[in-house]
Ligand binder design. Structure first.
Ligand SMILES: Nc1ncnc2c1ncn2[C@@H]1O[C@H](COP(=O)(O)OP(=O)(O)OP(=O)(O)O)[C@@H](O)[C@H]1O
Ligand SMILES: [Mg+2]
Length: 470
């Protein structure tokens, strides 16, 4: 460490924020944790939020915030302190950082915290996932890998129900650990009984079919699936309502359709619509099987839904709609549930590609706005903030930011996550793979972290260029 109490000085007029001066060679950076020793002997824990680039030979200057006071036992009393001048400032070590994390069972070690020249444990509060979380970073920055680390920790340390919407089969191995994982962790993850639902074309041993049931969808979701509008398509909509009455648990689609074809003009149009949309060929219908909504809502389990492998792109979106609608319909049960959506721009984007996608987006906007009080929390991952619907992004209180080169995207994140020091956001353009800024209710303070190794295998992986033999 190069900064010493002799060199670095801090002062504060209000005991909440402080300015500092340090030697020009001192390698302090935004996000670094420091210990300030006030002239009266008080020891304060602070965090640097901005460092000004000095002109040649000038001292380093910058600003920080006071986190709280350290006691002799290493404990931390959060809150501001009396004003101070001429205080010494030193980089904080692991023992001083320990007080931030506390010792509760809900502490999830997610990787290594890089502050100053120290590599301390970076832990999140598991209880801090009781709000919406946005994981952002450019392609290849390590979002899906890091999301897996977070999910593994949640599996190990919480009983939260999880519905994981997985567009690239990245989480289909989430239920089984790789060799070398501690027995206790391997057992706990196996005991959680992660269920993996997949299409007929991607399913392998141990997976279950990913299905939906038209009969139990909401009326609006059914109409969206049929692309029917009650005003524009009056006759057909009317035939659709009558048609619904005829669907029972064992109704055979072919027979029903034959009935519609020989019915009123409205019924005939409805039959043609269903044929034209190719709905009879959809493999996603549950028939006698459980639907994904049944599986997700059957308890507090963890369900991975691999959304790939369907013939019609509307099929997986319709499954997601049925699941989210059902979770919403059961919201009064207040069963803590995390809805995890990787590549979230597909489902939470600004430009839905079909009426089903629009309906799903509307529901997710509602979950973003009101879900928190029912224990329905979103964990969304995407490459750019602008790809996520603004009414969803603005409801996210936790940020996990990985490498991000685009200044426009960083500026947008600054708007959406005003509590994160701008200089720390800007530092993300220098992150290497697996590095992340964690900030919000789940982090004790904004932290720069290298995420830890996975305990389970990431499914989909990048495709390698085939090389010729030398
Ligand atoms: N911390 C890490 N340690 C080891 N390997 C990693 C780490 N982070 C990512 N990888 C690997 O790098 C590759 C790309 O990472 P990942 O799939 O997580 O990127 P991504 O940000 O999700 O990209 P995209 O936006 O394209 O989905 C993967 O093969 C992944 O296993
Ligand atoms: Mg990814």
């Amino acid at each position: 460490m190069t900064v010493t109490a002799n060199q670095a000085r801090a002062e504060s007029r209000d005991g909440r924020s402080f300015s500092f001066t340090a030697g020009a060679d001192d390698g302090v950076a935004p996000g670094d944790m420091v210990v300030i020793t006030a002239p009266g002997g008080d020891r304060l824990l602070g965090q640097l939020v901005d460092v000004v680039e000095p002109a040649a030979d000038d001292p380093l200057t910058g600003f920080g915030v006071v986190i709280g006071a350290l006691d002799e036992t290493g404990g931390l009393q959060r809150g501001h302190r009396p004003a101070f001048r001429g205080a010494g400032m030193d980089l904080a070590g692991p023992s001083e950082l320990g007080g931030l994390h506390g010792t509760s069972a809900g502490t999830m070690t997610i990787g290594t915290w890089r502050t100053g020249d120290v590599g301390a444990e970076a832990s999140l509060r598991a209880g801090g996932f009781n709000r919406h979380t946005f994981l952002c970073g450019q392609s290849g920055s390590g979002k899906t890998y890091a999301l897996g680390v977070v999910l593994e920790r949640l599996l190990l340390q919480t009983d939260v129900r999880m519905a994981i919407f997985d567009p690239n089969a990245d989480f289909v191995h989430l239920g089984s650990t790789v060799p070398g994982v501690a027995d206790e962790d391997a057992r706990r993850i196996a005991d959680r009984g992660v269920r993996v639902l997949r299409s007929d074309s991607t399913r392998t041993e141990g997976d279950e079919p990913l299905r939906m049931r038209f009969r139990t969808m909401t009326r609006q979701a059914q109409a969206a699936t049929l692309q029917l509008d009650p005003v524009r398509d009056q006759e057909e909509y009317n035939a659709f309502i009558g048609y619904l009455m005829q669907i029972g648990p064992s109704t055979e689609m072919g027979a029903l359709l034959a009935g519609l074809r020989s019915g009123t003009p409205g019924q005939q149009s409805l039959a043609r619509r269903m044929e034209n949309l190719g709905m009879l060929e959809w493999q996603v219908w549950a028939r006698e099987l459980p639907s994904a909504a049944d599986v997700v809502t059957s308890g507090n389990g963890v369900t991975v839904m691999d959304l790939g492998g369907f013939g019609d792109p509307v099929e997986p979106v319709a499954v997601c709609l049925e699941v989210v609608d059902e979770l919403w319909a059961q919201r009064d049960r207040r069963l803590p549930t995390l809805l995890v959506i990787d590549e979230a721009h597909n489902l939470c984007g600004t430009d839905p590609a079909s009426p089903v996608a629009q309906r799903l987006l509307d529901r997710l906007v509602q979950v973003a706005a009101e879900g928190r009080k029912y224990g329905l929390w979103l964990l969304l991952s995407s490459q750019r903030p602008s790809k996520i619907h603004p009414q969803i992004l603005s409801q996210c209180d936790n940020l996990m930011l990985m490498r991000m080169n685009s200044p426009d995207d960083i500026a947008e994140l600054g708007q959406a996550f005003g509590f994160v020091p701008r200089a720390m956001l800007r530092a993300s353009n220098g992150f290497v793979q697996g590095e992340a800024l964690l900030a919000g209710g789940f982090a004790p303070v904004p932290m720069l972290v290298q995420v830890r190794e996975r305990l389970t295998r990431q499914g989909g992986s990048d495709v390698a260029v085939p090389l010729l033999d030398a």
